[in-house]
Every structure is written in structure tokens, then in C-alpha cells.
Ligand binder design. Structure first.
Ligand code: TXE
Length: 480
């Protein structure tokens, strides 16, 4: 049994009150490690370490910050196999996916922000006729909190930490209690890279105890959070009276809109991926598929055939396309939606059942599931399921599909398949979403703003948006 420890002031330590939580391997349902359930005293220790590091770190040259971050990036790459194995064991995702996407992306996050900070410029405004010049200082906030979820563990953890420290802040960070392992390993990598003690502090534990203590800490002045919408709303409530800066990246129920004039094969292949990548546990997955009536029956047949052929299996098997869901409660939540769909008159075209993988009978495996829904207003079409379950239904006109696409409380991403330029422009303008992909999905350029509208959150991450979030602008006006 491997015990995970907090990483505070550059050192690993047990939680002060010695409270521990079991950590499960979703591929076989077994407890394989224990993690701290840190309390407010642990968070206070992390805060104190961050505070004592802040003066020096915020005055460290950009070149030096950048050099250390590039070293972290290199070390993540050098530990690719070890980190990918840990991620896969913790999360249930296929190991090839962790190796090809999650861990390389964590490395890119540090590399990207190591470079971005050296290009981050602020504005100046000459007050013509008044003999004055204004310039804007972009100062680090101080101590910031980063709280991340379980679906893309190291990828999303570093997506917050990298811009935070690049901008000169010191961080108290909490990964999800469901997938703590790669965040734990990151501590050692930061030490090896020469990150000064206290710049990054990692406390493990439950949302209601550790996470709550970070959000409620009066001197942690900004919170960057990715997770569920209900949790995001709670965090906003706790943080509001303290006027904290908040970046909330929450859930999604993203439309995947397919017009008959699209490049069909490309669309079909990508739609399988956008539906079931990472077991459908990505906030950007296209979980509501709308297909133009004239190609609906053909699409339905082709899509279901492809989905039936997706191999569900142990995350370490090379041919596994769909691994295990992250946890037992999550599997149960996702399966409950399949029952709800049936009650609502949905037609399960394929999947819908728990799978037993030989040798791993207690793992959390579910067949990729496609549900044809009678109306866009049913619960499975409105609520975030966050698993390998998608809905499909036909549409007749652009106006009709636009209305259905927008008629949900979420607004994270949208995917549009068409070769009609005017329609692309019209629809991109009108879709309620922070991101619109046209003839592609999850193509990311780290310079672009990332985030959602409506219940998908507030604020944007990515590029200079993230550096703006993690700095306070100060206007200096000099009369001469
Ligand atoms: O997320 P939580 P859960 C969605 C998805 C999923 C649902 C719930 O629909 O089924 O959310 O998942 C920490 N104060 N997404 O319950 O609880 C928690 O410890 C401070 C979408 O697992 O939001 C973890 O570190 N922190 C999503 C993080 O918040 C708190 C990814 C996220 O956990 C806290 C994951 C509190 N009171 C789930 N309570 C996405 N946007 O990609 C919990 N946390």
C-alpha cells in the first residue's frame, strides 16, 4: 500500500491530524493507496509556506522563473511512462491515452506558460494634452488556490498551476481526492527542477474539508476551479463575501451538430472520439448529437456499428479504447441516467450495460451507450451525465437545431459539421458557447481563451487570459 503525502514547503509530509482516505483503482475496484484528508490546519501550513516564499518568488526574474518551469516540463517528459501508469491506475483511462495526451499536455502547460510569461506585456496610454502618461502594472495576486477534478488529473492541475506561478504567485493546490497520484509525483519533480520551497504547495483531501478550507481562507485571494457546476456555485457563494477573484470552469452538455453537407467519414470518426474519449468524461465531449434529417438513418446505422466495435477493457491493454469509469459512485450515477432515459421513452440503440472484464470483475466498466431521444427536452439531453453515454436525434432546419442546441443551462463548447461557410458564420455567432469547433473537435491551441458561458462557468483560462486572471492590473498615472 502506497501512502500519498502532502507537499508543503518543498517537502513531503503526513497530514497533521493523521486522517486518511482510501484511494481506489477503478480497473479492479481495489484500494491501493491512502491519501491525506487534510484539514484547515494543513491548509494553513501550506498557506504559511506559500506566504514566506512569495516575496522572493514574485521578485524572481522572468527568465529564471521561465527556466525553472522549462525544467519541470522536461522532467515531466522524462517521467512519461511512470506518470502515465500512475494516471491510468488512478483514473481508469487507457494507458496509451495518458501517454499520448494527458502527460504530454501537462508538460506542454509548463512549457507554454514558461514562454508566455516572457511575452506578456501591459499597456500604456498617453493622456494627450494633459502632460501625463498612464501605464498598467500586472502584479501577482499573492497566494492563490487551484482546485482540480479527476477526469484529466495532471493535465488540468498543471493548467492552473503553471500560469499561476509563471505570473509570480505562490500556490496552495488541491487535486481531486479520486485521482491524487500524479499530483503527488509532481512535488518531487518540482523539487528536482529547483522550484523554490513554498512556491507550490499540494494538499490532498476531500472537497468538503480540504477544498472548503482553501476557498474559505481569507488570505488566499483567488481561486481557479474546475469541476462540477454545483460545487462551482458553492465555491462562488463562499468566496463572494471575501471578494475573491474566481475562475470557474464547470460542466458542459455540448451539442455536436451534423449537417448533410459535411465531410462524412471525417465527421463519423471524430464523432466517435468526441462522444467516448476518456470514457466520455471530458467536459468538452459532444454528448448531444443532432443530425440533419436527410442523413439521420444512415448516420445512426454507421455510428452504432462503430460504437459497438469499441473495445472496452483494462486500461493497460493496448487495444482498449474505453477503460474504466473513475469511481463506483460515478458509474452508478451514469447508469442511473440510462434508466432515466428508458423511463422518458428513450431508445437505447447500443450499450447500456455494465461490463465484466475478465480478471477484473470488480472494475467500473460500462458499455458505450447511444440513446435515441424523443425530444431534446428530456433529462438525458439536458443534464450532464459525464460518461460514455450520448443522445442522438434528427433535425430539419438550421433554426430548429440552433434553438435546441442553445436550450440547455450549459454553454461550454459546440461542434459543427458543415462545409457551408455562411452557415458556419451564422451559427458560430449564435451558439451559446465559449468554444465552437467547426469540422474538428478538441483541437487546442494554448494561446486561445478557454471556458464557458451560462452554467459552464465564469472567466477564461489559456494564453494571456490565464496570466490576466493570475495578476492584478494597477494603473499608474504620471504627470510630467
Ligand atoms: O466533482 P467536484 P465531482 C462534473 C460531472 C460530474 C460532477 C460531479 O458532471 O459528474 O461534476 O463530479 C473539489 N470546496 N464534473 O463530484 O465535486 C473536489 O475535491 C472546494 C465536470 O467529482 O466538483 C475536486 O478536487 N472544493 C468537470 C474538485 O472540487 C471542492 C470535471 C472537483 O470535484 C468542494 C469533474 C468544496 N466544497 C466533474 N467540493 C469538468 N468541468 O471537467 C468538492 N471540491
Amino acid at each position: 500500500m502506497q501512502n500519498i503525502q502532502n507537499y508543503i514547503n518543498g517537502e513531503y509530509s503526513n497530514p497533521i491530524q493523521e486522517l486518511w482516505i482510501d484511494n481506489y483503482n477503478p480497473a479492479n475496484g481495489e484500494v491501493y493507496s491512502q491519501i491525506p484528508n487534510s484539514q484547515s490546519d494543513d491548509v494553513e501550513a501550506a498557506y504559511t509556506a506559500a506566504k514566506s516564499a512569495f516575496k522572493e518568488w514574485s521578485n524572481t526574474t522572468l527568465e529564471k522563473r521561465s527556466r525553472i518551469m522549462l525544467k519541470i516540463s522536461e522532467l515531466i517528459e522524462a517521467n512519461l511512462d511512470k506518470l502515465a501508469e500512475a494516471e491510468s491506475k488512478d483514473n481508469g483511462k487507457p494507458i496509451w491515452l495518458a501517454k499520448a495526451v494527458d502527460i504530454p499536455r501537462a508538460s506542454s502547460n509548463f512549457r507554454f506558460f514558461a514562454n508566455a510569461i516572457t511575452q506578456f506585456a501591459s499597456e500604456s496610454h498617453e493622456s494627450v494634452g494633459q502632460n501625463a502618461i498612464n501605464y498598467t502594472l500586472r502584479q501577482p495576486i499573492g497566494i492563490v488556490g487551484c482546485i482540480s477534478p479527476w477526469n484529466l488529473p495532471l493535465y488540468l492541475f498543471t493548467w492552473k498551476i503553471a500560469p499561476a506561478i509563471a505570473a509570480g504567485n505562490c500556490v496552495v493546490a488541491k487535486p481531486s481526492e479520486v485521482t491524487p497520484m500524479t499530483a503527488y509525483l509532481l512535488g518531487d519533480i518540482c523539487t528536482q527542477a529547483g522550484l523554490p520551497k513554498g512556491v507550490l504547495n499540494i494538499v490532498h483531501g476531500l472537497g468538503g474539508s480540504t477544498g472548503q478550507a482553501i476557498v474559505a481562507h481569507p488570505d488566499i485571494k483567488a481561486i481557479s476551479f474546475t469541476g462540477g457546476t454545483v460545487t462551482g456555485a458553492h465555491i462562488a457563494k463562499v468566496a463572494a463575501p471575501m471578494f475573491k477573484k474566481l475562475s470557474l470552469e464547470l460542466g458542459g452538455k455540448n451539442p455536436n451538430i451534423i449537417f448533410a453537407d459535411c465531410d462524412y467519414d471525417d465527421m463519423l470518426t471524430t464523432t466517435v472520439r468526441s462522444s467516448f474519449a476518456n470514457q466520455g468524461q471530458i467536459c468538452l465531449c459532444g454528448s448531444r448529437i443532432f443530425v440533419e434529417e436527410t442523413i439521420y438513418e444512415k448516420f445512426k446505422a454507421d455510428f452504432v456499428e462503430r460504437v459497438k466495435n469499441l473495445k472496452v477493457g483494462h486500461p493497460s491493454a493496448a487495444d482498449t479504447k474505453v477503460g474504466a469509469l473513475v469511481s463506483k459512485p460515478h458509474l452508478e450515477k451514469v447508469m442511473s441516467y440510462i434508466d432515466i432515459a428508458k423511463e422518458e421513452g428513450g431508445n437505447v440503440l447500443c450499450g447500456g450495460n455494465k461490463i465484466t472484464v475478465e480478471g477484473y470483475e470488480n472494475g467500473y466498466y460500462l458499455e458505450p451507450t447511444v440513446i435515441e431521444v424523443p425530444t431534446d427536452e428530456c433529462r438525458v439531453n439536458q443534464e450532464e451525465i459525464f460518461g460514455p453515454v450520448v443522445t442522438i436525434m434528427p433535425f430539419k432546419t438550421e433554426e430548429e437545431v440552433l434553438q435546441m442546441a442553445n436550450k440547455v443551462k450549459y454553454g461550454l463548447s459546440s461542434t459543427l459539421w458543415t462545409n457551408n461557410l455562411k452557415r458556419t458564420m451564422r451559427m458560430s455567432n449564435q451558439l451559446h458557447a465559449g468554444i465552437v469547433w467547426v469540422n474538428t473537435w478538441l483541437m487546442r491551441d494554448l494561446r486561445t481563451p478557454f471556458g464557458g458561458v451560462k452554467d459552464s462557468g465564469v472567466g477564461r483560462e489559456g494564453g494571456f487570459e490565464a496570466l490576466r486572471f493570475f495578476t492584478e492590473p494597477k494603473n499608474v498615472c504620471i504627470k510630467y
